[in-house]
Structure formats: structure tokens, C-alpha cells
Design a protein. Sequence first.
Length: 282
Amino acid sequence: MSTYLIGDVHGCYDELIALLKQVDFTPGTDTLWLTGDLVARGPGSLEVLRYVKSLGDSVRVVLGNHDLHLLAVFAGISRNKPKDRITPLLDAPDADELINWLRRQPLLQVDEEKKLVMAHAGITPQWDLDTAKECARDVEAVLASDSYPFFLDAMYGDMPNNWSLELSGVARLRFISNAFTRMRYCFPNGQLDMYCKDVPENAPTPLKPWFAIPGPVTDHYSVIFGHWASLEGKGTPEGIYGLDTGCCWGGDLTCLRWEDKAYFIQPSNRRLDLGEDEAVAS
Ligand SMILES: Nc1ncnc2c1ncn2[C@@H]1O[C@H](COP(=O)(O)OP(=O)(O)O)[C@@H](O)[C@H]1O
């Protein structure tokens, strides 16, 4: 009975299956955790959603910004960008079923026994765990309801970027979805910066990666996140694990086995197809 945590799959179905084969993942016995961004960029978003949905209770997922964007595209709110390669999914006969399953997935996973928390981008240092849980529940409730398109229409944008108990309505929901799915850097007071995407060595002062600012959650829990491929899984403090290693860009799909902290790597098929140089340049 093992727990396998895998970074952003981004439509890389073949690599996901190969990685699960490598670790001998057995549904019903083992549990798979996925850091979100199941879809977009890679060629197999449809196959990834069908497979992950079929795993039932053997998988724990969180939503990423690309998953939310897919929901908005399917609802006719946002544009289908060709580079996302999601048209086969949008046109699939079971698209409705897959989308309805996806919009009922959480933003936050917590395992009290393992003292383990997972969110796509991470946990803002401005929140304790109770606040994070309450915030996640509020967005999840809207996404699961019939009025979810109203939220998806209002979710785009970078503001507000500072947590406050005074926030309400769509501004509050937008802050919550940005914090859970798009955050990378914070100001020293924990306020989000939604613009910088650079690697930490090149980040402008006073920005720091969210995980470099001590917060109530990271003080007591291990945190698993994805979203930030340019970190290449490196540079996080002990107990914080960035698992997105850019498979869809020609990097790797990374798996961490929780029980013994062993890492397993599946190289992107794209790298094998294109040759190292071309894949890295894109
Ligand atoms: N609140 C939001 N504001 C802007 N983009 C959002 C938001 N929520 C989801 N998205 C989506 O997230 C994706 C961001 O893509 P991009 O800027 O390339 O960042 P990333 O590095 O996460 O791929 C886009 O598809 C965008 O539509």
C-alpha cells in the first residue's frame, strides 16, 4: 500500500502510464496523488482525464489553473488556444461527463495522518490550515453548483492580491483560486505577486518564492505542489516538494513515493522524439 505523488501531467498520457508501470501502481491497493494541471499542452488531455476519472477512490487530485481554464473554455467563456491541444477533449462524446467530474475535484487535499497537504501552486503563507480549508471549500462549492459559469467568467485577473477577511463575493473567490492555482512569488508580508515567473535566482527584490516565507501551514505540514516547472523540482525547503518537472516541455514526469521518499522519473516522449536540443529550446 503505497502513496505515489506525481507532478503536473499536462496531457502527457503515455508518460503517465509508463511512470505508473515503472512503480507498479496498483489501483485499489495504492493511492495516486496528482498536483493538478491534468490537461493542456501535451497531446493526450482526453486520455488523461478518462484514465484518472476511471481510478475512482484510488486517486486524489487538485485543480490547477489549466484545469480551470479548460472548464471556462468548455463553458464558452474563454478561448480555446491551439497550443493547449484540448480540441479532441472538447469534441469527445463523453466531454460533458469528464468536465462535470473535473469541476467537482478539490483545490486542496489534506491527509492528517501523513501531515500532508497538496495544492497546485502551494499554500499562501497568509493562511493557516483552517483558513485554507474554508477558502478551498468556498470555491469548490461554487464550481460544483449550477452557477459555476458565473465564477469562471469572474475568475480571470490578478487582483485582489492580498488576503483579508474583508474580501467578499467574486473578489474573494478570485483571490482564493489565484492563491491555490497560480501563485509563485510573494512580497515579504505574504501578498501575492502574480507577474514574476522567473527562477528564484533572478527574481526581483523583494519577491520571494511563497515557500521561502514561513507560514502556519508549512510549519506543521509537508506540502506537495506542482505548477512551477522552471524550478525543476529543486530549491524548496525540507518538507516542501515541487513535483512539476515540465514533462510537457520536454522535461520529465516526476513521482515521489511518500513512504520512503523515493523518486521515480519518466522522461518526456517529446524529448525522445525531438532530440534534447529542440525540446529544451521550446
Ligand atoms: N485567474 C486567472 N487569470 C489568468 N489566467 C488564468 C486564470 N485562471 C486560469 N488561467 C489560465 O491559466 C493559464 C496560464 O497559462 P500561463 O500564463 O502560460 O501560465 P503557466 O505557467 O501556468 O502555464 C492560461 O490558460 C489561463 O487562461
